[in-house]
Write a protein that binds this ligand. Sequence first.
Ligand code: HXC
Length: 518
Amino acid sequence: MDLKGKYYRAFIEREKSLEQQYSAARAKKQHDKGKLTARERIDLLFDAGTFEEIDAFVTPENQGLDFGTVESLFGDGVITGYGKVKGRLIFAYAQDFTVMGGSLGIVHARKIARVQEMALRMGAPIIALIDSGGARIQEGVASLTGYATIFQNIIESSGIIPQIAVIMGPAAGGAVYSPALMDFVFMTSYTSYMFVTGPNVVKEVLNEEVTQEELGGAEVHAKKSGVAHFIYDDEENTIFALKKFLSYLPTNNVENSPLLPEETPTPPLNPKLLDLVPDDPHKPYDVIEVINNIVDRNTFFEISELYAPNIVVGLARLEGKTIGIIANQPKVLAGVLDINSSVKGARFIRFCDAFNIPLLTLEDVPGFLPGLDQEHAGIIRHGAKLLYAYSEATVPKITVILRKSYGGAYIVMNSKNLGGDYNFAWPTAEIAVMGPEGAVAILYRRELAAAEDPAALKDELVKKYREKVANPYVADQKGFIDEVIDPSMTRQKLITAFNALGNKWVKAPSRKHGNMPL
Ligand code: HXC
């Protein structure tokens, strides 16, 4: 066969017609909005020359309904395929807003379902680059069934391969539930939006005027709803951060995360840790400084930084191995546990547990937040999520009590009897049913009322309570913690303990699934 003859020419013509999809005029429409095209996003994500596209030439089924020319519809508004990201196999799909607003018709949906199924079979992560007006209105119920298949695939892959959504334009209607079901959501400020119903519907139904930004902009989802785990100021930075984040994750649930040891290892001893936590339990400090002084240099990658900042969660490395960190943040609301922080912590723990990422808990918590608001909004059932997630997790779990560890919060934050593998405390730890002031007020109510100088008596009793009850040595003597450690040796202790737990294996009795309080 003459490969330079008419067959070859026809093949080349067809290949060229694909490029019409990405004409300068259509690209300009995206660029004018501060957005990249679907193709540019794919190029930024994958290592150069590694992306293999699938189903590039498929067209929508329902072309009778004035959809446009066939050439302009090649691919049906979504690029799907696989390639390498920092050398590892990743699957992805990128919706093209310039084709019918990136809306999801049945062919578009089949393409996504196909890469989802391939990713699951190959045991590789999948990235969804979303820029879509939701279900394609012209295709009616067919597009709804398409979403149902996609949701079903995400749920079947959940806990087996990492699934990450990057919102790069609107995500309206059905388009929001794929990200919501995935492990993490990235958004770009001012160019990405997520809402179940857009501003027009809000106006019709509730007669309220809202902008897309107010309703579902990146800031709203990062700070208020907690839907977005990461926000960045432009698409390049978003994709750059996503690639860095992926380097912490295993490709699937039976593998470990890549080992990335430091060129110059961080020293095991760090005297700076002796000065970071104030002795006075009322004084705040930034727990992120503590984290940064324990883990490998510059490896802490915070998740949901702006949502429920009274708890800090994120991934880091210890001698090159990924660990998950949950830390109370004394700088915000004294690090108290409330509804949002409990849910944030619980979801993170379950992610780490599903993907073999050992957990480190840094504890300094006065308890659960009291009050009408929290009780009426269900702190009982939401706090139970954190308790359940810690207890259920079978990955290595280590706690370091830095300072306060009172009441229910002591139990919840990975205490020994809840399955903590190693529980350390710093000499500054106060472990008790409640803080010294509260305990003295209850236990010595009558004595304080009758005292000539109640303030002086209270000080004396608080001191006595600290000496006798609220210190780490009492818990140490009773075996409720494993060791009181020198803070400067924390990194060394953790490396030794996590290494010892490297082959931890827990076989749970057979059941369909537990009934987690949702
Ligand atoms: C078909 C659509 C579309 C859709 C947008 N377009 N959404 N075509 N089906 N769902 C088309 C527009 O007609 C337009 O075509 C082009 O995409 C660009 O849209 P614009 O409106 O000009 O863009 P913009 O002003 O940026 O607004 C974007 C938008 C808005 C906020 C997404 O288009 C919008 O509100 N769309 C509808 C969102 C929605 O309600 N979707 C269905 C939800 S129901 P032309 O030819 O003019 O360029 C659903 C199922 C629910 O998804 C499942 C729940 C579980």
